[in-house]
Design a protein around this ligand. Structure first.
Ligand code: MG
Length: 399
């Protein structure tokens, strides 16, 4: 049937081809603030657009995945990681007849709350915030999309759909869940998020597991012989050597990387597909009401992934060169935090205004939270530039 270009698709159900258990506009729990539908874009398409147009998304470009974003070479950043997760999860969604646009929105937003300097930055900021409620990047991602992005006239935050917000919030302590209304319910009463959200979570794991191995090898922090002790890796390595005509190390590493990703993606699609066929969910409600997640890897793949995760922890994330970086990063964040707590007027005008507002209601904890929001919003480059301006450190800070 020819597409009628004169008929706008509207914010209607747009469910063509979706499985009954997929999220869609017709079963969405909607947005927090009333927002008329767009005549040309679907609900989740608009979520993607709003995320991409946010300041927090732009700063992902210069935020670290593992290394400090100053290192030379084409290593992953939070931005490229988020794009990889988005592409992987769209493939998963298409194979399982789920909502690709919702997957994309959750993937693009899932790391918006990350601090500069990756997990090292988060741990340092969490330490600074110990007496004020702590800091956790996943909760911060929700805070960014619900509160901190403030540029629409009619509402605070990006006013994203319930399903995108639900997908972003992977973990939540009970005391916070109690204040989140319907979004917090599954952390209090049990249940699962949409299958789309479950798959993005696993696409995240596939992306970082593989790109961290790849970055570690390319940086020379990991050695091929030691990584070969991992069966998932050695299998892909043997296949790549057998099939690759280009003998360069660069091509070989790429071949290993893509084979490992393909193996994990195929396993995830097949295992999740089998579980769907067994359980026969007939609605999104059936997915949400299920106490266990339907999306998952096979037992064999899980058994293969456990040593990979352990290996990365021991040999990459705790490599002495990264520990040295972590040490310096913790100092930069602690010095910045303490200086702002001491003299909030060091903050840029907009953040200082927010400190005054929050202090009026929440006292010192309010001041600390605004400062944490400010520090978390900075990219690696931006925080180092700020550090130099505040402390008059000559030249580059070497990492
Ligand atoms: Mg991630």
């Amino acid at each position: 049937m020819a597409v009628d270009l004169l008929e706008a698709r509207g914010g209607g159900p747009n469910q063509a081809g979706l499985a009954p258990y997929a999220a869609s506009e017709s079963n969405s729990l909607g947005r927090r603030y009333e927002d008329p539908p767009d005549p040309y874009r679907t609900l989740y398409q608009r979520d993607c657009d709003r995320i991409i147009h946010s300041a927090a998304f732009r700063s992902l470009e210069y935020k670290t995945q593992v290394m400090v974003n100053q290192a030379e070479g084409s290593f992953r950043t939070r931005l490229t990681h988020s794009l990889e997760v988005s592409k992987l999860s769209r493939t998963l969604a298409r194979a399982l007849r789920l909502n690709e646009e919702l997957c994309e929105a959750v993937a693009l937003a899932h790391d918006l709350g990350h601090t500069p300097f990756g997990h090292a930055g988060q741990d340092a900021l969490d330490g600074c915030m110990k007496e004020y409620g702590g800091f956790e990047h996943n909760l911060q991602s929700l805070r960014v999309i619900d509160k901190l992005e403030h540029k629409y006239a009619g509402f605070q935050g990006l006013n994203l759909s319930f399903e995108t917000r639900e997908g972003v919030l992977k973990r939540c302590p009970k005391e916070i869940a109690e204040n989140l209304g319907p979004l917090g319910e599954r952390f209090l009463k049990g249940g699962s998020p949409t299958l789309e959200a479950q798959l993005v979570d696993l696409a995240d794991k596939i992306a970082y597991t593989n790109h961290d191995l790849d970055d570690g090898l390319r940086l020379g922090l990991l050695q091929l012989q030691e990584v070969r002790e991992l069966p998932l890796f050695s299998r892909a390595h043997d296949e790549a050597k057998r099939d690759t005509r280009d003998p360069s190390r660069h091509a070989l590493l790429h071949e290993i990387n893509r084979r490992m990703i393909t193996a994990m993606m195929t396993d995830l699609i097949q295992t999740t597909g089998e579980r769907i066929r067994e359980m026969r969910p007939d609605s999104l409600q059936a997915i949400r009401g299920h106490p266990d997640r339907l999306a998952g890897f096979s037992k064999e793949m899980q058994a293969g992934l456990v040593p990979v995760t352990r290996f990365l922890q021991e040999n990459f994330y705790r490599h002495y060169q990264l520990v040295r970086i972590t040490n310096k990063v913790a100092r930069v964040i602690r010095d910045m935090f303490d200086s702002f707590m001491d003299k909030p007027r060091l903050l840029p005008t907009e953040s200082y205004r927010r400190v005054c507002e929050k202090e009026a209601t929440d006292g010192e904890a309010g001041r600390a939270r605004v400062i944490a929001d400010y520090i978390a919003s900075l990219s690696d480059r931006h925080i180092l530039a700020e550090y130099r301006k505040i402390f008059n450190v000559p030249g580059q800070i070497e990492f």
